[in-house]
Write a protein that binds this ligand. Structure first.
Ligand code: C2O
Length: 548
């Protein structure tokens, strides 16, 4: 591979959407941020210079960061944030991965405006396992708030209530024609008849799983989270925050007398309020025979999307995702398990801090937890504490491997909804093979949670509804061609089982990629110890690693 240099200047930029102009934190003044394009095996050096008042940190979502945990990016986990007028060079190699990923800010809610595509092409001369597309197009979903998203989260955390919802969803930064004062801010995909297009779909939104469809067109899913899958056709996709999906769009053989909307709107299972609006972009066939004006006058077809709470669609869709599991791209599913973990995933409450009435349930504050532990962010970087043997007083290695007080997770939530607090981690010897069952709880209502693991891909070996049954369910696990990914939806009112090989030394964050749940504490981290060989050890920190 070659070395590629990028420079990210973090700076303010005035941006107008929905007739509201505001100053947002951006990379290089761009919204969404710049595209990173590299090949498998390449070495990336990305210099991030902070010109704003906010502390900043960038995460390369889905990149394995083999031995280079210092470049992973979550603030106070692998690094202290980059402070005003400081800089940091993210230095890593792309090992054994190709496909669509993305990068985003990993501190507070700055991801709302700081995100962009990270595209990894195969090594030179290595073809895709599907026919070469005529063109490749990133399609990145996000949200737009008319106010500053940083004020949305700080208000939610102060009052203990749910956050204000976004004012629009966006495709490549544009809300599109279904919103007021937005028609000119529409993403347009111009295509030719009889060609194939590879759409690289990325859900960078903070808080919403999304359904996506293009009117009168079939999409073939070929990759998820930068791993090839067995191709299948669908009209509609589900994509959660933190997930990426590549689809092949085959355009109509002849110029059609119509244009087509592509739309996305949320899949919602929780009880809170949400933005139930619809973002649209336009698929337009370019024809030399038609003037721009005549194209504008063509009839416009709209796709129909599943109902907002369509869990059966979600289940059917995720069940279709299978690893390609070919000779060239095998599915290396761990067949034996060294350590079993069972984590409950869900919401909860904590006492009101100001001794007054908070806006959470019954005057409490909303919280979220894993095995009832709501993660307390450290004031220093966990990875540094681990590497220098100074974890004492920073984190405890005693994260509960099963719930301390088991209950009926999906039927009878306990009356006591209070979470406990802690900065607790699980410590794993190098190369431990892990099976983790994540069980959604109905505390404050069942809800689907897209869980993201840093530093690894995992295999989704099983999923189901109700309470996981350790005596029956494992016999149905798929150990042949399960989907391999970095973010998986824990189904609303159900469970999901994953397996991964802990072959990457470092401290690896795991959290719900719904940002409000992360803010409420739905996160934890794994410490993977060094192995014996030199290539099994975490490298020393770079000299410019930011200080807290
Ligand atoms: Cu995409 Cu920890 O995040």
């Amino acid at each position: 591979g070659i070395t590629r240099h990028y420079k990210f200047d973090i700076k303010l930029q005035n941006v107008t959407r929905l007739c509201h102009t505001k100053s947002i934190v951006t990379v290089n003044g761009q919204f969404p941020g710049p595209r990173i394009v590299a090949r498998e095996g390449d070495h990336l050096l990305i210099k991030v210079v902070n010109h704003v008042q906010n502390n900043i940190s960038i995460h390369w979502h889905g990149i394995r960061q083999i031995q280079t945990g210092w470049a992973d990016g979550p603030a106070y986990v692998t690094q202290c944030p980059i402070q005003t007028s400081q800089s940091y060079v993210y230095n890593f190699t792309i090992v054994g991965q190709r496909g669509t990923l993305f990068w985003h800010a990993h501190i507070s809610w700055l991801r709302a405006t700081i995100y962009g595509p990270l595209i990894i092409l195969p090594k030179r001369g290595v073809p895709y396992p599907f026919s070469k597309p005529y063109e490749e197009v990133p399609i990145i979903f996000g949200e737009w708030w008319n106010v500053d998203p940083e004020s949305v989260i700080s208000q939610a955390l102060q009052t203990g209530g749910g956050p204000n919802v976004s004012d629009a969803y966006t495709i490549n930064g544009f809300p599109g024609p279904l919103y007021n004062c937005s028609a000119k801010d529409t993403f347009k995909l111009k295509v030719k008849p009889g060609k194939t297009y590879l759409l690289r779909l990325i859900n960078a939104a903070l808080n919403d799983e999304l359904f996506f469809s293009i009117a009168n067109h079939i999409l073939t899913v070929v990759e998820a989270d930068a791993v090839y899958v067995k191709p299948f056709e669908t009209n509609t996709l589900l994509i959660t925050p933190g997930q990426t999906t590549n689809v092949v769009l085959k355009t109509k053989p002849h110029y059609p007398n119509a244009t087509f909307l592509m739309t996305a709107r949320p899949y919602v299972t929780g009880l809170g309020t949400f933005d139930n609006s619809t973002v649209a972009g336009i698929l337009e066939y370019e024809s030399p025979l038609h003037s721009a004006a005549s194209i504008r006058n063509l009839p416009l077809f709209k796709p129909s999307l599943p109902p907002l709470n369509d869990t059966s669609f979600a289940t059917n869709f995720t069940n279709k995702l299978r690893s390609l599991a070919s000779a060239q791209f095998p599915a290396n599913v761990p067949q034996k398990v060294d350590r079993h973990f069972f984590f409950t995933i869900g919401l909860g409450t904590r006492p009101c801090q100001q001794n007054q009435t908070c806006q959470g349930p019954n005057g409490t504050m909303f919280a979220a937890s894993i095995n009832n532990v709501s993660f307390v962010q450290s004031t220093t970087a966990l990875l540094q504490a681990h590497f220098f043997g100074q974890s004492n007083g920073v984190y405890a290695p005693d994260f509960p491997i099963t719930p301390i007080f088991p209950f009926n997770y999906t039927n009878n939530p306990p009356n006591n909804t209070m979470v406990s607090n802690g900065t607790k981690l699980v410590v794993l010897p190098f190369n431990t093979s892990v099976e983790l069952v994540m069980q959604d709880t109905s505390i404050l209502g069942a809800e689907s949670h897209p869980l993201h693991l840093h530093g690894f891909n995992f295999f989704v070996v099983g999923q189901g509804f109700g309470n996981f049954d350790p005596n029956k369910d494992p016999s149905k696990f798929n150990l042949v061609d399960p989907i391999e990914r970095n973010t998986v939806g824990v189904p609303s009112g159900g469970w999901v089982a994953i397996r991964f090989q802990a072959d990457n030394p470092g401290v690896w964050f795991m959290h719900c990629h719904l940002e409000i749940h992360t803010s409420w504490g739905l996160k934890m981290a794994w410490v993977v110890l060094d192995g014996k060989l030199p290539n099994q050890k975490l490298l020393p920190p770079p000299a410019d690693l930011p200080k807290c």
